[in-house]
Design a binder for this molecule. Structure first.
Ligand SMILES: C[S@@+](CC[C@H](N)C(=O)[O-])C[C@H]1O[C@@H](n2cnc3c(N)ncnc32)[C@H](O)[C@@H]1O
Length: 264
């Protein structure tokens, strides 16, 4: 008797493949994050009186900036990412955009030699290993002008106590994502990729998400004050922990907070 085989829609790893990454980001929570982060960016540009410098930490394919251009109020854009395939994708995307630069490097320790009016960290914090998260947050602050603001877009897991609890929280979070994606009849490849994200998260290999309490404590310890926080997913209460979900947070570092270094 022949063995029944399930053939996946495609193989491949979104961590190294920009096109697959774009695909997994089509799920509702991620799209809502992009749109809300863009809205907050536009609002920050409205607040500033001169053309802004924007740094995008862990820029990936530069999805948010790409959705905004042409935007004359952004004079300078610098995206930094460790993955060459993503940087190449972004370079192609932004070719011809005056003032835009892509840098291959580690956002936790880079020194870009300039400071920004706005720093974007979209799905960035959770890609930094737990023991480097604080270094990463402080590096963002070092690249921020005194009156600058940071826009975070983050996936926040249900509350957990320990390592085993973290794995269970990751399963809960991605269980809902996958259920919703199936209900919407989305491409099978998207479902496969969501399983891949969940696997990375459970193994703590490429995804290092945390719960709400840990995230907020980290921001506070680094010196951030939260100015605005918008939860964009789920739109109805889906988790036992009502704080789990996708957030866009606008934050600043109050005057007088000592920065490691500042530029121009
Ligand atoms: C989920 S993607 C987010 C990309 C983009 N910010 C967005 O919102 O679409 C996370 C990105 O972080 C990058 N990354 C992971 N660790 C990094 C590090 N230490 N420094 C810079 N980029 C990093 C990955 O290569 C990947 O492009």
């Amino acid at each position: 008797m022949k063995k029944k085989m399930t053939i996946p829609a495609s193989s491949g790893d979104y961590a190294k493949d920009a096109a697959l990454f774009q695909k997994v980001e089509t799920v509702p929570g991620e799209q809502a994050l992009y749109e809300m982060a863009k809205k907050e960016l536009l609002s920050e540009l409205g607040r500033l009186r001169k053309p802004a410098t924007l740094i995008d930490f862990c820029c990936g394919t530069c999805e948010i900036f790409s959705r905004m251009i042409p935007e004359p109020r952004i004079a300078r854009f610098i995206g930094i990412d460790t993955e060459p395939a993503y940087i190449d994708f972004a370079k192609n995307r932004l070719s011809g955009v005056v003032g835009a630069d892509l840098v291959l490097g580690d956002a936790a320790v880079c020194n870009l030699g300039l400071s920004a009016d706005i720093v974007l960290a979209s799905s960035a914090y959770h890609h930094i290993e737990d023991d480097r998260k604080m270094t990463f947050l402080r590096n963002m602050i070092r690249h921020l002008k005194p009156d600058g603001r940071v826009i975070f877009a983050e996936n926040i897991l249900p509350e957990y106590a320990d390592e085993a609890g973290h794995a269970a929280a990751a399963k809960l979070f991605y269980g809902k994502r996958i259920q919703e994606t199936k209900a919407l009849g989305m491409d099978e490849d998207v479902i496969r990729l969501l399983h891949q994200v969940m696997g990375y998260e459970i193994r703590r290999e490429y995804e290092w998400k945390v719960d709400y309490r840990r995230f907020i404590e980290h921001l506070g310890s680094a010196g951030f004050t939260i100015l605005k926080k918008t939860k964009v997913w789920p739109t109805r209460s889906e988790f036992e922990d009502p704080l789990a979900g996708d957030y866009v947070i606008v934050a600043e570092v109050p005057c007088g907070y000592i920065r490691g270094f500042t530029y121009g």
